[in-house]
Design a protein around this ligand. Structure first.
Ligand code: HEC
Ligand code: HEC
Length: 290
């Protein structure tokens, strides 16, 4: 996990943004000045003004007219099980290919809108044309001054996926123990670690860790690459941190393979784990002696 001081610094920064936001809630007039916001998805350019009508029709009921997450349906989404609709004015996003604390790429937002979020009320919008989705990305961006004031993050490098072997699964189990994923996710990935019941997001709302075993899919995608990216960039705004400073790229692949052994979906890793007869990690074992 990131060092404590950095975590505290991040939380401090989030608190600051929040207090500023509550003082200086954006108005329709502020938003008008950012109507020229664009997005770029491959060779398609999205334009905020062209996303306005779709937003009003499909998104406003949850995300609100001013993008602050206060749509009329928001009160029905109750944490910790359901997260509230996102406040786009904060410009903080969970699913990023970019390092923690930085803005996502346009493609990240496009993918999140296309995919929708499992274990959440955020629907999937894959039936929209690419142009519609690109315009919506630009529209989402126009709500936050972060897009005017900050540079985009640079996507993290993901090395090619190695061949899975029993040794790699065992090595992944060591990483899971060492960096203490179990504190929140539990030693069997069932979202019941010792910290699980106490977690809150940056807005102080209760939140549950991901349960690897119940058949639901991660919000930020379920390919091996997606899972790698999730713990190397973190889900900003939540207690799910970035481990980029504590896990080397090669170890990250081992960890992905180990996480697969928890998941109910069929996989090579699950088959291999059966023959390995792996036990859950022991939180009290000395370092390196799992
Ligand atoms: C029924 C409610 C609902 C509707 C309708 C809805 N959303 Fe969401 N959306 C949510 C919720 C809830 C979240 C937060 C989920 C979470 O953080 O787990 C969210 C999160 C998001 C995010 C954040 C992604 C990230 O990586 O953090 C984006 C972008 C987004 N919505 C865009 C849209 C767009 C564009 C539309 C309309 C086409 C839309 N949403 C319609 C409920 C909704
Ligand atoms: C301090 C608590 C905490 C620790 C430590 C932690 N997580 Fe998480 N993790 C969470 C929470 C909370 C969520 C749910 C976030 C959400 O739903 O928005 C989560 C979600 C996830 C997800 C699903 C993300 C998605 O897209 O839905 C994965 C995968 C994951 N964590 C992997 C890990 C791994 C691997 C480690 C260790 C390297 C780890 N976590 C350590 C709290 C933690």
């Amino acid at each position: 996990m990131r060092t404590k001081s950095r975590m505290v610094a991040l939380l401090g920064a989030a608190a600051l943004t929040l207090s500023t936001a509550s003082w200086a809630q954006l108005t329709q007039v502020d938003l008008q000045t950012r109507m020229g916001t664009e997005s770029h998805i491959g060779n398609i350019a999205g334009h905020a003004k062209d996303g306005a009508a779709d937003y009003r029709r499909y998104c406003v009921g949850c995300h609100g007219t001013l993008g602050d997450g206060n749509g009329e349906n928001a009160p029905y989404m109750q944490p910790p099980i359901y997260q509230q609709p996102r406040d786009f004015q904060l410009g903080v996003f969970k699913c990023r290919s970019t390092p923690t604390g930085t803005l996502p790429t346009d493609q990240d937002l496009y993918d999140a809108i296309t995919r929708g979020f499992d274990r959440s009320n955020m629907p999937q919008w894959s039936t929209f044309t690419k142009q519609q989705r690109a315009d919506l990305v630009a529209w989402v961006k126009h709500f936050s001054p972060r897009w005017t004031n900050e540079k985009l993050g640079t996507p993290i490098q993901i090395p090619p996926e190695p061949e899975v072997t029993p040794e790699r699964i065992k090595a992944g189990r060591e990483v899971f123990a060492r960096v203490q994923c179990w504190k929140c996710h539990g030693v069997q990935g069932m979202a019941n670690g010792p910290s699980a019941a106490t977690l809150a997001d940056d807005l102080g709302r209760p939140i549950q860790p991901f349960n690897f075993t119940d058949g639901t899919r991660p919000k930020c995608g379920d390919t091996d690459q997606d899972i790698y990216r999730i713990f190397m960039t973190g889900l900003d705004g939540t207690p799910m941190p970035s481990f980029a400073d504590n896990i080397k790229p090669d170890e990250a692949w081992d960890l992905v393979f180990y996480l697969r052994t928890f998941m109910s979906q069929k996989s090579k890793e699950k088959e291999m784990a059966k023959t390995l007869n792996l036990k859950p990690v022991d939180p009290n074992a000395p370092a390196g002696q799992q």
